[in-house]
Design a protein. Sequence first.
Length: 373
Amino acid sequence: MILIKEAITKKEMKAYVTFPFSLYKNNPYWVPPIISDEIDSFDKTLNPVFKHAEARYFLAYKNNKIVGRVAAIMNWTEIKEQGIRKMRFGWFDTIDDIQVTKALLEKVKDIGKKNSLEFIEGPVGFSNLDKVGVLIEGFDHIGTMITWYNHPYYKTHLEELGYLKAKEWHENIIQFANINPKDFHKISKIVAKRYRLTSLDIKKVDQVLPYVDKMFDLFNKSYSKLASFVPISNNQIAYFKNKYIKLIDPEFIKFVVDENDELVAFAVTMPSFSKALQKANGKLFPFGIFHLLKAKRQNTEAILYLIGVRPDYQKKGAVSMIMDSYYNTYQEKGITKLIRTPELEDNVSARQLWKNFKPEIHKRRRTYYKNID
């Protein structure tokens, strides 16, 4: 018999967050989160996303043992303002028992039905800044700190339960040796002169902070036409700024501004923390923080996290200035491999950015949907 119980107390929430640690124990490709950070992200008093969203967390038990988990999420901006009557599910993990998957998703579906929603889709997070998708290819590649990993049977469970493909994302590896700076160096100089643009040379966090609000405003404008888009609120921007910006190497953040110091393009990359997080095993202290700091200083891999270009500059070559700046930074820091985070398969403009760098698709992931009867 499978029992579904809502996680409410601190003890239950810790059990919810730590369940994957047993499910993926000794798996060389799973990257664990920092347990305290994960718990805080679910706290309504700490995460401002809950000003616009609601979530409940459920654990599945079999023979008094936790065998699965899922988050049932409603993003009210999406539902009320965009008119997309979606019931989201995320942070979904289960043993290889389709009845556990069915029981968890039926609980999510029931919540959607009670709120008169039309369909259920996942796995997704609260917003566009969260992890997304079930991994369907690339199980033998290490994950990143901003993606979920899962066993191959997740896809099978969902499809056997009648869930259909909603959206697909691709992840790419780019070997730094494949990048020829001649492809963008000359263009970069021409674009800068023609449009009076400047690529900022960022060295300190203090130089980043004045542009963070503008960066997310540009992020909202750049991604507004994508099918999965839900705008990032000002409260979420402030939360992200306070929690994450100071942890990122400022030299891995690039800005292009016009003659009025208005942001035209930006990109955020970061050293890969995957192996450091595996060594930390969910804990910052006493030693986890040292693994992360070492990865920040000494790394041969970089994660391409976010990139955005103001719509009126998207076909004017502004990205060449970003790439020119990154090439110099990566060369100085000894980066040999670039890893592109999930990119919607129908995001043609984004694919065009990397086409000359011989990107290799090494992972695919999907969200699945099912109508709520």
